[in-house]
Design a protein around this ligand. Structure first.
Ligand SMILES: NC(=O)c1ccc[n+]([C@@H]2O[C@H](COP(=O)([O-])OP(=O)(O)OC[C@H]3O[C@@H](n4cnc5c(N)ncnc54)[C@H](O)[C@@H]3O)[C@@H](O)[C@H]2O)c1
Length: 261
């Protein structure tokens, strides 16, 4: 795992969707290294189990729990949050990280693709935020919600029109929920990564390496990101260090959005 240990998130109870792989897993590892307890939720049992087990082995049993469920299903979203609150004995943070990517431009888009991508990236994030914010309001202790967006949400490229639009919708949610939940001291922020080395680019590591190698030089810093580089930024939003930050969307992108202006 190799994350620096510290106490930036001491006592925090955080639910991470899509927490068994990629950015979500890295968040789970770094948050627990910083003193949090986490629930990792997702729709694939094996990576979730493996993630929770590895964390519990390194940080002590009960540090991580795995919850199986599909964020785009209303009953699952409710249950995921309920189980997380029970297992963690409360909820301080939600990372809306579960997401799906599908390439394709205007003429590749279809109602089916729109439904598949928006169901997870938009509806799933909405259902999870609703369920989590209800719990946080009931408990009256505030909280923090983080939406993992994409640089494509504000500046799309050719060839992934539906995915980009789903992240634009998520960015709008971030601002709207920040305003609506501020009276409850629930903060809502976003992170917009550029290309990060995770299975979303290809399940086969060799094919993924080829496509990420092509993408590296497009970033002013000359390489794609590592999942932990998103987790480090996410920890800021989950911690009290960001107590006066809400409605913000942070580009963690190797400089790519600066170049596109
Ligand atoms: N990797 C990148 O280059 C990149 C860039 C910008 C944004 N993002 C965003 O980062 C987030 C994490 O992606 P990643 O790169 O770690 O890839 P990933 O494929 O490893 O992670 C996505 C996770 O979401 C889970 N998931 C998908 N649909 C789900 C559902 N309906 N219910 C529950 N879980 C579900 C998957 O099982 C997986 O664990 C996504 O929202 C993605 O859009 C990634």
């Amino acid at each position: 795992m190799g994350h620096a240990a510290g106490n930036r998130l001491a006592g925090k109870r955080i639910l991470i969707t899509g927490g068994g792989t990629g950015i979500g897993r890295s968040c789970a590892e770094f948050f627990t290294a910083q003193g949090a307890r986490v629930a990792v939720a997702g729709r694939q049992a094996e990576p979730l189990r493996e993630t929770a087990e590895a964390i519990n082995q390194e940080r002590g049993s009960g540090t991580a729990v795995a919850i199986l469920g599909d964020v785009s299903r209303e009953d699952d979203a409710e249950r995921i949050v309920r189980e997380a609150v029970e297992d963690l004995d409360g909820l301080d943070g939600l990372v809306n990280n579960a997401g799906v990517f599908e390439p394709g431009g205007l003429f590749d888009a279809s109602s089916e693709q729109l439904a598949r991508v928006f169901d997870v990236n938009v509806r799933g994030a909405l259902l999870m935020a609703q369920a989590a914010a209800r719990r946080m309001i009931e408990r009256g202790e505030g909280g923090s919600i983080l939406n993992i967006s994409s640089t494509l949400g504000s500046r799309p490229n050719k060839g992934c029109t539906v995915y980009s639009a789903s992240k634009a919708a998520l960015d709008n949610f971030t601002a709207a929920w920040a305003l609506e939940l501020a009276p409850h001291q629930i903060r809502v922020n976003g992170i917009a990564p550029a290309a990060v080395d995770t299975p979303i680019h290809h399940p086969d590591p060799e094919k993924r390496r080829e496509s990420l190698e092509r993408m590296g030089p497009m970033h002013p810093l000359g390489r794609v990101g590592r999942p932990e580089e998103i987790a480090w930024a996410a920890a800021y939003f989950m911690s009290d260090e960001s107590a006066w930050t809400t409605g913000a969307i942070l580009d963690v992108d190797g400089g790519i959005n600066a170049r596109n202006v």
